[in-house]
Design a protein around this ligand. Structure first.
Ligand code: SF4
Length: 257
């Protein structure tokens, strides 16, 4: 298995850590409230979800847009396949490992950008450092500090790719904004809130969308070819259709059909 493949969730190799470790607040995303460390009532004894095929219609769309970036199976393997019932340390490790794997995902993506070649050595060193930390006991690890260390590199890689740079909407509050047919090519949408935004037929090629919130955004007919740091979870949270163009590594969510 390649390094990048290890950063994809493999629920069959996990013991349902994402269904136990986080707290849920009853909302449009979760039909119930549950505290951290308590199993969701839909989690079966075999660590599978009892409503997996009908999560959205059952009021759990939040579960369909969560991505652990392979943290769940890594912790499960590190604990020899045992259950969180016997090893509560697995639950404490899960959110830390998830953040570390998300960082590794972004670093791996930066390493795949030809224009970022001058940074490959630094990106590799950063990735190796985080992977080594993730291979040990992650209790007490501060992912925010590592993120602060890695972020300048991710930003620099983005700048090298986005030349000349497009519009700057970094961190912007763009709830329900209308960008239908807009040219956002090579734009910075880092951390932008695009909840419910109309991005139909928008040109988002090579746009930097790291951390952008696409919940309910309309991406029908949009072109996201080469979008930087785009994750499957961002797409899963949005709306789109067969005309929406995506980077090769990502796929059209089933609910877009
Ligand atoms: S609804 Fe299913 S996927 Fe969501 S937390 Fe509960 S068991 Fe897990």
């Amino acid at each position: 298995m390649s390094f990048r493949e290890r950063l994809h969730a493999d629920c069959a190799s996990c013991v349902g850590l994402c269904c136990v470790a986080p707290a849920f607040a009853k909302s449009a995303d979760f039909a119930i409230t549950k505290p951290a460390g308590k199993p969701c009532p839909n989690l079966r004894a075999d660590s599978r979800c009892g409503i997996h095929s009908r999560l959205r219609e059952s009021g759990f769309p939040g579960c369909t847009v969560f991505d652990c970036f392979g943290a769940g199976q890594r912790i499960t393997a590190a604990f020899g396949g045992r259950s969180w019932r016997d090893e509560p340390g697995m639950l404490a490790a899960f959110p830390i490992m998830r953040d570390l794997h998300e960082l590794l995902y972004f670093l791996a993506e930066a390493q795949s950008m030809p224009a970022a070649a001058p940074l490959y050595a630094q990106l590799t060193a950063m990735s190796d450092k985080i992977d080594a930390i993730a291979s040990g006991d992650v209790a007490g690890v501060d992912p925010a500090a590592l993120r602060a260390e890695a972020n300048p590199l991710l930003l620099e890689a983005s700048s090298l790719v986005r030349r000349p740079a497009g519009p700057d909407h970094r961190g912007a509050a763009l709830f329900g904004a209308s960008f239908r047919g807009a040219s956002l090519r090579r734009a910075s949408l880092r951390g932008a809130t695009l909840v419910g935004a109309d991005l139909r037929q928008a040109d988002l090629r090579e746009a930097d969308v790291i951390g952008a919130d696409f919940r309910g955004a309309d991406l029908r007919g949009a072109d996201l070819t080469g979008a930087l740091y785009l994750t499957q979870a961002q797409l899963d949270a949005a709306r789109g259709d067969a005309r929406t163009r995506l980077p090769a590594a990502l796929h059209h969510p089933t609910h877009w059909r």
